[in-house]
Design a binder for this molecule. Sequence first.
Ligand code: SAM
Length: 239
Amino acid sequence: MSLRIDILTLFPEMFGSFLGTSIPKRAAEKGLVAYHLTSYRDFATDAHKSVDDKPFGGGPGMVMMCQTVFDAVAHAEKQDPRPTRRILLSPQGQRLEQSLVAELATTERLLLISGRYEGFDERIIDGLKPLEVSIGDYVLSGGELAAMVLIDAVVRLIPGVLGAADGPADESFADGLLEYPQYTQPREFAGMQVPDVLLSGNHKKIAEWRLEQRKLRTQQRRPDLWQAWVAKQSQESNQ
Ligand code: SAM
């Protein structure tokens, strides 16, 4: 069964080249993912095709109105009987991390609700009860780029999307550690050498070196991840 991803947006045209390139494209070609774009604008009922209005109480900018978003969600959801996981992209949401990405990669339907302007009328969140997801502590102009980040991270974890050779098992965050440093041809570049162990052909030694490098990197670059990994190791060894 393939994963159906519905994307709700005011700018469907932003997704064309992203979904038609590289891994997201390959996933669709293999029939493992299907993308469906819906524009809120198609559900606007007035002559101006309005989807936003001024905030009650005053303040800058415009707010996305309830009706068009509710109608777009209902339209997308009735296209397939499987229940959707509703995700609303928001800088105020839960931070997107690999553990959430891995969980989303096991679902059958994702519905991504991207905002624009100053964001959504709060009743959209109260009524639709989506999981609010943020891609980081900065404010984008719209949820489209955040939706693309989430799609890219999710589809590459679906079994069969990546070939065995470029599988995600060793990648950063897969088991709590960052990935080891990588080298390719030539063996020497501008006086800089590839570490001898990688040229040794000794697979056991290479695996040991890589694990050491992963630990070292994580310790130096991400003390938060390192502490969590150490705690997990000691918990596992006490079991
Ligand atoms: N006024 C909102 C606030 O201060 O929380 C920000 C609205 S932002 C300009 C417009 C839209 O961009 C949001 O509704 C959301 O869909 C998207 N967005 C902005 N930053 C984001 C982030 N860090 N993660 C996910 N989506 C984001």
